[in-house]
Write a protein that binds this ligand. Sequence first.
Ligand code: GLN
Length: 499
Amino acid sequence: MTDLIKLTAAEIAAKIASGEVTAVQVTEAHLARIEAVDEKVHAFLHVDREGALAQAREVDAKRERGEKLGPLAGVPLALKDIFTTKGIPTTVGSKILEGWIPPYDATLTRKLKEADVVILGKTNMDEFAMGSSTENSAYGPTGNPWDLTKIPGGSGGGSSAALASYEAPLAIGTDTGGSIRQPAAVTGTVGVKPTYGAVSRYGMVAFSSSLDQGGPCARTVLDAALLHEAIAGHDPLDSTSIDAPVPPVVEAARNGDVKGMRVGVVKQFRGEGYQAGVLQRFDESVELLKELGAEVVEVDCPSFDLALAAYYLIAPSECSSNLARFDAMRYGLRVGDDGTKSAEEVTALTREAGFGDEVKRRVILGTYALSSGYYDAYYGSAQKVRTLITRDFEKAFGEGGVDVLISPTTPTTAFPIGERADDPMAMYLADLCTIPTNLAGNAAMSLPCGLAPEDGMPVGLQIIAPAMADDRLYRVGAAVEAAFNARWGHPLLEEAPSL
Ligand code: GLN
């Protein structure tokens, strides 16, 4: 039974479809794993034992009735606690939503249910998805299964940790500046930020609406593609949802190949602040791509140097506006409502008690950047930089003729819990390589490319594709994954110390 937790999502679905195992057995094995290790890992904020088993029983009943099962039917999944789930708590890692039970499902939640994916529970995250370590969660940090004293990345550290600890074969993340890719990189898992607008934001608690993008997390490239296909697609309930067919991501993941492709190495993403072992594994990935038949060229993207600064004006500006809805009147926490205070006083007391330091820092920063006297100097300038970054991408994919760009996903491997907790700038640097993609709205993946020799922790390779060419990530990712697994003799995660 314990072997069930080591299977990929594709293998689990095949075994359920053939009747070799039942969805209930698979779900029970994962619930038992959560029970055994999650006290140490703390990937989950809420485990929906009964709901998961009910979903699994439904899948088994469908099979018995001879109904055709979908490609992920009966496969368990860990859902980031930023998506609304009808009847199940949704906290966004914040005290301000403690106790709130959403009356509706996010579109993504609904699609998962329609695909017969078994939702095990909701995963830990930095409050309102602001952070790179999951230490900003109001419910305590999550450990990295490779080394529980280190961070599992953030904001989606609960989802990445659930995969790396074999508590779930699939997970969902959201990526505003890197929160899918950076956790994937530091846990030796696979994470994809789809093209902006490819996966509905309806029912996904908003942080920075022009950047936020939900996406798949898994242990293999194919599993990520299967999940991508299940959650993507046009949604009339999201005004920025793209009304176009989903790129053929599963077909691409089944046909990994880089022969004849032109791969651009982003010149800006190395140098000061980059860990030696990260650059070593990245350089080996470049050599591997050449061996596999890709043409590798260096690409200059000068505006990327300004991406972090632009992001930390745009994201806080949008969050200061989005989080105004947490006013103590509509959802969750209400503090000081004793009949003697005005509505404004109750709102202020609730926000003081309900929001953590990082959220407050960003609301203040964003409100300042948007104030009338400073709007052009800060927000306006940041939007201009955003345009320049988009042009750098257009130039690389256009006249530069590259099919994909590559870089390390993160400058360093996982750092110790506590090391950057009181140093926001050091924390922000974790997303140096991932942020440009969010600002431009195109697609990117992180997948494992080895362990850093100096600390034995996983290193991530980032692949970046043009908007709506998400399938290229999977074609390149699958080729790289197969070549690395052949070289290592097994998937990287098998080297993680057992919990
Ligand atoms: N770490 C970045 C931030 O703190 C990105 C977060 C995210 O992608 N949600 O804003």
